[in-house]
Design a protein around this ligand. Structure first.
Ligand SMILES: Cc1ncc(COP(=O)(O)O)c(C=O)c1O
Length: 582
C-alpha cells in the first residue's frame, strides 16, 4: 500500500504573493510526484483572494498557471496537517512559534537550507512594487526550493533540526556539523548584515558569484610565482584564472602592468614602497587625520617606521587639499615619492596637478585609489592611471569584489613590483581570492556597473543634502564621491558615542577624526558615512532621505532604550524591503 502523501505548507503574510509563488514553483519542481502535497497560507490572510496580478504574470512566464489559486489564512487545522512548514521570513517563523508552539519542530525558513542563501534569510516582500521586484522574489525562491526539496527527500518526517544544522548524508560534515559555534556566528552576521543599514564607506556586499569563487576549491592550491612561471606543479588552471584577472583588470582600469596577487590594500602599498624606496627615503603623504590612510606614513605603521615622512593635508577654511601649498611643501622637502589617495576625503582628487607637483619636485607619484576604484572604473571619478607611476587599490570597497589588493604600474617598474609581492613580502597567492577578483572585474565591466556607481554618487549627494538640511555640518560642505564626513562637534557628541547610538538603532557607521580635530583620535569628532553598500541593496535618493532621518532620530536626545529600540524596529522594517545580493 502506498504511503499517505505528506504536506509541505508555505506561509507568508497575505497568501497572495510569496507563498503562492512558492507553492507554484514547488509543484513544478515536484513534477508528477504524488507523494507530496503542496499548499500555502498567510498568517494574516483573508480567504478567497486570487494571487496578485504580478505573481500570476511572473509565474506564467515560467509556464506555471495560478489562475485557480485562492488565498487562505493559517489555521490550526492547516498547521496540524502540515508535515513541514516553510516560512518566508523570520517574523513568519516567530508567528508560528508564538501561535502554534506545538508546530515549532516542523517549521523552517525557506532560505535556511542553502548556505549560499545565508545572507538572504528572509524572502523579500514584493507587494506594492513593480514587476521586477516580483521577478527577483520569484528567482530567490527558485534558487531556494531545490534545497528545500532536498531536505524533504532526506527527512520525510520533519525534525526540529533543519538540514543546514543536521548530519549530512555525505562523509564530509557541513560547517554547521563540524563547527556549530562558527556556523552560528556566521548566521548571526548574515542576519546583522541583512537587518542593519550599512553605511561604512569601505564596505560593500559582493555578488553570489564572487562569494562562490572565494569559497571554492582554489583555496587548496599553492601557486607561488606568476602565470607560466610557477614554483609548483598542477598550476595550469591557476594560470588561466590569474591571467583572466590581469586581463580584465587592465580592460577595466588601464595601465601598463598589473599585479593581482596582493593579499590586501596594505600589502599592495608595501610592495609599491619597497619596490623603489630604500629605508630612510623621504615620502610626502596625506595626513591620516585629514583623510589619509595608516599606510601613508603613519607612525604606527611600517610606512612610518621605514621612511622619513612629512604630511600634507587640507586647508582649515575650505577643508580641501591646497595644491599650491602641497607644491611648495614638495619643493622644499624633495621627497622621493608623493603618495595621494585617501580613506576619508569627500572631494575629487586632482591627479594631473599631482603629476605636475611630482615632476616639479623630482618625486615618484603613487596614488592609492582604494576607496574610489569603483567610481574610477565606471568613469564617475577621474582616473589616476595615466598620471601615476604606481596605482594601488583594494578590491572590496566601491569595486565590490573580494577582500584584497591590486597594483597597477608603469612598465619600467613591472619586474620590481612582481618581485616585491613574491618573494619580497608574500608567499603563495590566494588563488580563490584572485578568482573572485576576476569575477568582480568582469562584473564591473558590465554596463550595469556604471549605473550602480552613478547611483552611489547620487545617493551620497542626496544623503549629504538631507543631513545638511537637518542641521549637520559636513566637512568641506558636502561630497563629490561616495562618502561624507559629518562633524558632530557642534552637536556635542563624539564620533564614538554617535556610532554606539546608531548601532543600537541598527545603523552601522564608523567614528572618524575631523581635519583639525579637537576630540581625541580614539573618540573622533565625527562619523564617516558612505553609500556603496546601501546602493548595492537597491536603495535610491528617496531611501537616503529616510536614512538621514533615522540618523537624526538616533542622534537627537534623549538616548533612551525604548526610543532606540523602536527606531531599530523601524530600521529593520525598512531594510527588509531591500534584499542583499547572493
Ligand atoms: C586608502 C586606503 N588604502 C589602503 C587601505 C588598506 O586596505 P586593507 O585593509 O585591505 O589592508 C585602506 C583601507 O581602509 C584604505 O582606505
Amino acid at each position: 500500500m502506498a504511503a499517505a502523501p505528506k504536506t509541505a505548507l508555505f506561509i507568508c503574510t497575505g497568501n497572495i504573493c510569496r507563498s503562492p509563488m512558492a507553492e507554484g514553483l514547488m509543484r513544478k519542481l515536484l513534477g508528477p510526484r504524488t507523494d507530496i502535497h503542496v499548499i500555502s497560507a498567510g498568517v494574516s490572510a483573508s480567504r478567497g483572494q486570487p494571487a496578485s496580478l504580478h505573481t500570476l504574470e511572473v509565474l506564467q512566464r515560467l509556464g506555471i498557471d495560478l489562475a485557480h489559486f485562492r488565498s487562505q489564512p493559517l489555521t490550526d487545522d492547516l498547521v496540524a496537517r502540515a508535515t513541514w512548514i516553510f516560512a518566508m521570513t523570520r517574523s513568519h517563523l516567530d508567528t508560528i512559534h508564538l501561535l502554534f508552539p506545538q508546530a515549532a519542530d516542523k517549521a523552517f525558513l525557506v532560505c535556511e537550507f542553502d548556505p549560499r542563501l545565508a545572507s538572504t534569510l528572509d524572502i523579500p516582500d514584493p507587494i506594492g512594487l513593480g514587476l521586477d521586484a516580483y521577478e527577483r522574489t520569484r528567482d530567490i525562491l527558485n534558487r531556494a526550493l531545490p534545497s528545500v526539496l532536498n531536505f524533504i527527500n532526506q527527512y520525510p518526517m520533519a525534525t526540529h533540526t533543519p538540514a543546514s544544522l543536521s548530519k549530512s548524508s555525505t562523509t564530509s560534515p557541513t560547517l554547521a556539523e563540524a563547527d556549530p559555534q562558527i556556523a552560528q556566528a556566521i548566521r548571526h552576521e548574515a542576519r546583522r548584515q541583512f537587518e542593519n543599514i550599512e553605511l561604512i564607506a569601505s564596505e560593500n556586499f559582493t555578488s553570489r558569484a564572487v562569494m562562490e569563487a572565494q569559497g571554492s576549491c582554489l583555496t587548496n592550491k599553492y601557486a607561488e610565482g606568476y602565470p607560466g612561471r610557477r614554483w609548483y606543479g598542477g598550476c595550469e588552471n591557476m594560470d588561466v584564472i590569474e591571467q583572466l584577472a590581469i586581463d580584465r583588470a587592465r580592460q577595466l582600469l588601464g595601465g601598463d602592468h598589473i599585479n593581482v596577487q596582493a593579499h590586501s590594500g596594505s600589502q599592495a602599498n608595501m610592495a609599491v614602497y619597497f619596490s623603489v624606496l630604500q629605508p630612510g627615503d623621504r615620502i610626502l603623504t596625506m595626513d591620516l587625520s585629514h583623510g589619509g590612510h595608516l599606510t601613508h606614513g603613519n607612525k604606527a605603521n611600517f610606512s612610518g617606521r621605514f621612511f622619513e615622512v612629512q604630511h600634507y593635508g587640507v586647508r582649515q577654511d575650505t577643508e580641501v587639499i591646497d595644491y599650491d601649498l602641497l607644491e611648495q611643501h614638495a619643493l622644499q622637502f624633495r621627497p622621493r615619492m608623493i603618495t595621494a589617495g585617501a580613506s576619508a576625503y569627500p572631494r575629487i582628487i586632482d591627479f594631473p596637478r599631482l603629476r605636475h607637483i611630482a615632476d616639479a619636485s623630482g618625486a615618484l607619484l603613487f596614488i592609492d585609489m582604494a576607496h574610489i576604484a569603483g567610481l574610477v572604473a565606471a568613469g564617475v571619478h577621474p582616473t589616476p592611471v595615466p598620471y601615476a607611476d604606481f596605482v594601488t587599490t583594494t578590491t572590496h570597497k566601491s569595486l565590490r569584489g573580494p577582500r584584497g589588493g591590486i597594483i597597477i604600474c608603469r612598465e619600467q617598474y613591472a619586474k620590481a613590483i612582481d618581485a616585491q609581492i613574491f618573494p619580497g613580502i608574500q608567499g603563495g597567492p590566494l588563488m580563490h581570492v584572485i578568482a573572485a577578483k576576476a569575477v568582480c572585474f568582469l562584473e564591473a565591466l558590465q554596463p550595469g556597473f556604471r549605473d550602480y556607481q552613478r547611483q552611489v554618487v547620487i545617493n551620497a549627494r542626496a544623503l549629504a543634502a538631507q543631513l545638511i538640511h537637518l542641521g549637520y555640518r559636513l566637512v568641506s560642505g558636502g561630497t563629490d564621491n561616495h562618502l561624507m564626513l559629518v562633524d558632530l562637534r557642534p552637536r556635542n557628541i563624539t564620533g564614538k558615542d554617535a556610532s554606539d547610538l546608531l548601532d543600537r538603532a541598527a545603523i552601522t557607521v564608523n567614528k572618524n577624526s575631523i581635519p583639525f580635530d579637537t576630540v581625541s583620535v580614539f573618540k573622533g569628532g565625527g562619523i564617516r558615512i558612505g553609500t556603496p553598500a546601501v546602493t548595492t541593496r537597491g536603495m535610491l535618493e528617496e531611501e537616503m532621505m529616510d536614512i538621514a532621518d533615522f540618523i537624526h532620530q538616533a542622534l537627537t536626545p534623549p538616548a533612551d532604550d525604548s526610543k532606540l529600540s523602536a527606531l531599530r524596529d523601524q530600521v529593520r522594517a525598512f531594510t527588509r524591503r531591500f534584499p542583499l545580493p547572493g
